[in-house]
Design a protein around this ligand. Sequence first.
Ligand code: DGY
Length: 440
Amino acid sequence: MTRMDLEELSNSARIILEKNWKEGFTIPTSKLYPFQWNWDSGFTSIGLSYFNLDHAIQELESLFSGQWENGMVPHIIFHSENEKTYFPNFDFWNSNVNLGAPQKPKSSGITQPAVHGFVLENLLHKFPDNDKLLAFAKSVFPKMVNLHRFFYQYRDPEKEGLTFIFHPWESGRDNSPLWDNSLDRIAIDKDKLPHYERRDTSLAPSDERPTSYQYDRYVYLLTLGKKYKYDERAIFEESPFLIQDTLMNAVLIRSNDSLIRIGERFGFDIGEIREWQSQSKKMFSEKLWNEKLETYVVYDLRAETQVLHKEIGGLTALYAEIADEDKAQKLNRYLLNLNENGFYLCPSFDVESPLFDSKRYWRGPIWPQMNWMIYHGLKKYGFDETANIVKSDLIELVSKSGFYEYFESQKSVASNMTTGYGGGDFSWTAACTLDLLKGG
Ligand code: DGY
C-alpha cells in the first residue's frame, strides 16, 4: 500500500470513531450494538486518543460510571433507555435486583475481559505529561484495582489464581465451539424459558451469528443470574456453566502488569496486585497448557476437565507474557503454519476441526482486537515476522472490505468477497487499525 492509501485508511478510521461517538461514549456499531460495550470501549479509547484525548478519557470514565459496588464493570452500559433495537435490553437484565448495581446508568449483570489496565497504560505511554490524563489515571486507578479484586474475590473463590466466567458472553467469544459441550449439558424446558425475541438476526445475516440453540442457553444463563439477584456466591454454587477461560485470565494478567507499573509510578500500594499476579501466572501455565495440542486451553470447572480445542484465546498468553520460550515457539509455529496454508491470521478457531466455520462469529473468522493483542504479544517475544503478518493481514482485510466487525479467514473465500461480516463501520476495527497504522 502507498503512503496515500495508508493516510486514507487512517482518516476513514477516524471518521468512523467520530460517527460512533454518542455524547460521552462510543457505540461499537449502530443498530446491532447501540450501547456501550465494556471491552470494546477499551480498544476504542486507544483509537480515540490519536485525535481526541478528552474523548479517550471520557470513554473510560463513562464505562466506569456503571461499576457495581462489588467492583464488577458490566459488559453493557445502557446509557439510553429509549433505544429499542437490542435484545437483551436493560429491562430484560433487570440488574437492579442486585442492590449494588447503579440505578443509572442501567447495565447488564455480567462482565467482560479486563482490558482497562493495559488501555490506561497505553494512553499514559503516549501522553506521559498530560495533566488531565494524569489526574484521570490517579482517580480511575483504585476503580480498576477494585474490578480486579472483584475477579479474584468472586470469580476465584477457591483462591486458585484463575478466574471463571458463568456466561459465554463474558468471554467475548460468544459462540466459540469451546463452550459447545458445556452448553449441551443445559437442558432447556421451553415452557420455563422466558419468551424473548432476538434482534441481532434481523440486523446481521443469521449465518454469521450464533444459532437459536445457543441463544436459548444464553438466555437461560442470564435468567439464572437474575434469579439469584446476580449474587456472585450463589452463581458460583448454582451455575451449570463455569469456565476458567484463557482470554479472560490472560487479559487480567496483562492488565495486572500494567496496574503494577502505573501504581509504582503514582506511589499506590501494589502489594495485593503483585500477589494475584504471581499466583495467576503460575496457575495459568500449569493448569491451562496442553502439551499434546501445543497450546493453552480453557478449563471446565463443572466437568473438571480441560476443553481440548485449539483456538484464539490461547494465543493471548503471548500478550500477557505467560508463555516460556518453548511454549511461545510452539504458538508462533502454529500461526506460521496457518499462514503457509492459505489462512489470514489469526483464525478464531482451529481450522482443522469439523467445528470450524469461517463465517460464523467466533467459530473461525478473524477479529481485529485479537490481531491487535497477538501482534503485540508476538513482538514481545521477538517474533517480528509473524507479528508483521498479523498486522498486514488485518490491514489488507480492512482496506479491501471495510471496517467490519470480523472477517473471512480463508484467503480463497475472501478473495471473492467485497465485505466483511457482522456489523459495519465498527469501532474497535477502526481503533485497532488506526493504532497499528500509527504506532504498532
Ligand atoms: C451480542 O449481543 O451479540 C453480544 O455479543 C452479547 O453481548
